[in-house]
Write a protein that binds this ligand. Structure first.
Ligand SMILES: *Cc1c(COP(=O)(O)O)cnc(C)c1O
Length: 388
């Protein structure tokens, strides 16, 4: 039997044709496919502006820069995320802190956030930027988070790397209604892919201009943004900021536009398979991620908690049994504050107990668009045996 991975992409003939078209065109990068992908993504999400970049991490970095995050400032995120959600602050020379999770959704805990903000306001230590992460594709309590952000004058970047195609209170994640900037990743394990790739969405024209400029070295060709009163000639451009080469190629953008046409199908299938897991696991000593009624997850991950007291085994034993059965289970995530780099900045075990407890019980089952029901049956059967 072959390995069932925890995630994988689906590339069809239309995707291949779209990339071939670009390969045979005049523009491999900096051509028209980029703006087409951006327009299509902005329209899909109902946001005004979209900026395509080379990966989700670059998107987070530029989002922080555009919001003027810098030294002596702070970014707060969730400990249960990929390290990139925190690292983006460090790239800007800012400090990172974490807000513990809500134990049923594994998203940022709004009560913990409320208390931590009250404390920070008293000691004049408020963060500049909050990065709620839509874990597994389920949106955070963005209404509450954006209200708190307004109250304390904090900017919000939603790390929606898992949540392209998801919705919150009936609106697509990325609409910009509850965040200054939304960030997607198009890595192949995510919901839709461009190989590597990322996207920023915003409704703010000024942020959009800044992001476009930072994506390509801090260079502008827009006369109104130049220091010079008049451009010296047709060749003229100005570097007005210190930016990066974080561009996406046209090859990737064409793949993205093609994948976006199937996004709703990708997500619908993931939801169907997740509902099937829910039913099949109901009698096992595991707890699937609880779904808040305000959210409709894109199910990037099917993450569950093992009820270890009832199982009488540790997580390592369950993980190994699954791996031995060729089931590519994973653990999302090692709490970021427990990484050696963050320990070296002063974080300790016990700092975020709800996240640490979740981590000790977490297991992610395979879930992707082309997972078949018989493969899913194999996963559940292997889990049943691993738990007994
Ligand atoms: C994948 C991911 C990222 C980074 O995206 P890349 O495209 O791999 O750089 C950031 N945050 C979260 C939560 C992710 O899952």
């Amino acid at each position: 039997m072959s390995l069932i991975p925890y995630g994988r992409q689906d590339i069809d003939d239309a995707d291949v044709a779209a990339v071939l078209d670009v390969l045979r065109s005049d523009w491999l990068t900096q051509g028209p496919a980029i703006a087409r992908f951006e327009r299509a993504m902005a329209d899909y999400c109902g946001a005004k502006y979209a900026v395509a970049v080379s990966n989700g991490t670059a998107a987070l970095h530029l989002a922080c820069l555009a919001l003027n995050l810098g030294p002596q400032q702070r970014l707060w995120t969730s400990p249960i995320t990929f390290v990139a959600s925190a690292n983006c602050a460090r790239y800007c020379g800012a400090e990172v802190d974490f807000v513990d999770i809500e134990p049923r959704t594994y998203n940022m805990n709004v009560e913990a956030l409320t208390r931590k903000l009250e404390d920070a306001a008293r000691s004049d230590n408020l963060p500049t930027v909050l990065v709620p992460v839509h874990f597994a594709g389920q949106a955070c309590d963005m209404q509450a988070i954006s209200l708190l952000a307004k109250k304390y004058d904090i900017r919000v970047i939603e790390d929606a790397s898992h949540a392209v195609g998801a919705s919150y209170r009936g609106q697509p994640v990325g609409s910009g209604n509850h965040a200054d900037i939304s960030v997607f990743s198009f890595h192949p394990v995510k919901i839709m892919t461009t190989g590597e790739g990322g996207m920023l969405l915003t409704n703010n024209a000024e942020l959009y201009e800044k992001l476009m400029c930072l994506r390509t070295h801090g260079i502008t060709r827009e006369p109104s943004r130049m220091v010079a009163d008049v451009p010296e000639g047709g060749w003229y451009y100005e570097q007005i900021d210190l930016g990066f080469n974080y561009r996406l190629t046209d090859l990737q953008a064409a793949l993205g536009t093609s994948q976006l046409r199937r996004l709703d199908r990708f997500v619908a299938r993931r939801r169907q398979l997740a509902a099937r897991y829910d039913r099949m696991l109901a009698d096992l000593p595991v707890t699937p991620q609880w779904q808040h009624p305000d959210t409709n997850s894109s199910y990037h991950l099917y993450a569950l908690r093992l009820n270890l007291e009832r199982i009488g085994k540790n997580r390592q034993q369950v993980y190994n049994a699954m791996r031995n059965a060729d089931i590519g289970v994973q653990v999302h995530y090692i709490p970021v504050h427990r990484q050696p780099y963050y320990r070296s900045l002063g974080f300790r075990d016990g700092d975020f107990p709800l996240a640490e407890r979740y981590y000790s019980e977490a297991l992610t089952l395979p879930l992707y668009y082309t997972l078949t029901e018989s493969e899913q049956d194999r996963v559940v059967e292997a889990l049943r045996q691993a738990l007994t």
